[in-house]
Design a protein around this ligand. Structure first.
Ligand SMILES: N[C@@H](CCC[C@H](N)C(=O)O)C(=O)O
Length: 328
């Protein structure tokens, strides 16, 4: 069979978009997982952090399912939702849409450019829960906010939250950020362990200056990525809870792949975060696959979006410069 795809990224967190809207291709659950492992492998002809399947929805304009590079399915993906927002808004010619995800129907919209010439999308990140059961995190307390987990570190303070995929966030100094501590902790909680039976995305956050933070994430099912949208949203909320930032005020979130903006809203005791950033097309391609052997797929053609890539490089350069000037 032949599959047409679009390679897209949000802050350098890159995805293969496969469109199942028309019903001319579809996969069973094992095939989706095997396809993700085969196409996302960095040694393959494509390579990505995950696959985004765009499907028809009965209640929304489209449905997104996200599979990590290791073949596991995640309940949400913030950078991926911006990519799907771009794809679906181009396809359906609508600038505001609702996208069905595993646990919620989320509002997305094309918005003012975050940087010159960069197609920009605002996506809703919700629901948010601090209940450890929702990650799940096996602790006897109901929530974990700025607490030690002695099995992981004697000194760091962690906050656990589901947005609704699971996140463990710690605000750290730059020496900790530059050390191997994050990798060691993330490897532990994403292997066989009693605390996080389903694994967890682990983020270290560093304040660059008021209203500007740096976030690096080790993603469940992938490893370190250039950025993780749900993690940057969760981290922005954690900085508000810690008094570093304020709700209803824009927070610039820098990452290894660029920069996004987040705004945390609180209404009737519930949090919701706006994640605003690029949805950049890298290329369009067609592959030929044998469903019994996805790994040996052939690349039939590839059309690169040079202009988008070069415009995005300017944003990346700006973000890199800002981080190097403000990292204490
Ligand atoms: N990169 C994504 C999150 C993808 C899913 C995550 N690895 C998980 O397993 O929860 C984002 O931008 O949010």
């Amino acid at each position: 069979m032949n599959i047409e795809l679009v390679k897209c990224h949000g802050s350098g967190n890159d995805f293969i978009i496969i469109d199942e809207m028309e019903g001319d291709i579809s996969f069973n659950e094992d095939e989706r997982s095997s396809l993700a492992m085969a196409l996302c492998s960095r040694t393959s002809l494509l390579g990505a952090d995950g696959i985004l399947f765009v499907m028809p929805s009965e209640q929304s304009h489209a449905r997104m399912r996200v599979f990590n590079a290791d073949g596991s399915e995640a309940s949400m993906c913030g950078n991926g939702l911006r990519c799907v927002a771009r794809y679906a808004s181009d396809k359906l010619r609508k600038s505001k849409l609702i996208i069905e995800t595993m646990k919620a129907n989320l509002a997305v919209e094309k918005t003012e450019e975050i940087f010159d010439g960069i197609p920009t999308f605002k996506v809703e990140i919700s629901p948010v829960s601090f209940n450890v059961k929702d990650l799940p995190l096996n602790l006897s307390w109901e929530t974990l906010k700025n607490e030690r987990i002695v099995e992981l570190s004697d000194t760091l303070l962690f906050t656990a939250l589901a947005v609704p995929n699971p996140h463990l966030v710690s605000i750290v100094e730059s020496d900790v950020l530059k050390s191997s501590v994050q990798k060691d902790i993330a490897t532990l909680v994403n292997g066989p362990n009693d605390l996080f039976p389903d694994g967890v995305n682990v983020s270290f956050v560093h304040e660059l200056k008021k209203g500007h933070i740096f976030v690096r994430t080790f993603e469940r099912g992938v490893g370190f990525t250039n950025a993780c949208g749900t993690a940057m949203s969760a981290s922005s909320l954690v900085t508000c809870l810690n008094g570093l930032n304020e709700t209803e005020k824009e927070i610039s979130v820098y990452n290894d792949g660029g920069m996004v903006k987040c705004m945390v809203h609180q209404q009737n005791g519930r949090y919701q975060i706006d994640l605003i950033g690029n949805g950049t097309y890298e290329y369009r391609a067609e592959i030929e696959v044998n469903p019994a052997d996805f790994q040996n797929f052939k690349l039939v053609n590839k059309e690169i979006f040079e202009e988008e890539t070069s415009k995005y490089a300017k944003l990346q350069e700006y973000a890199k410069q800002f981080v190097s000037e403000h990292m204490k």
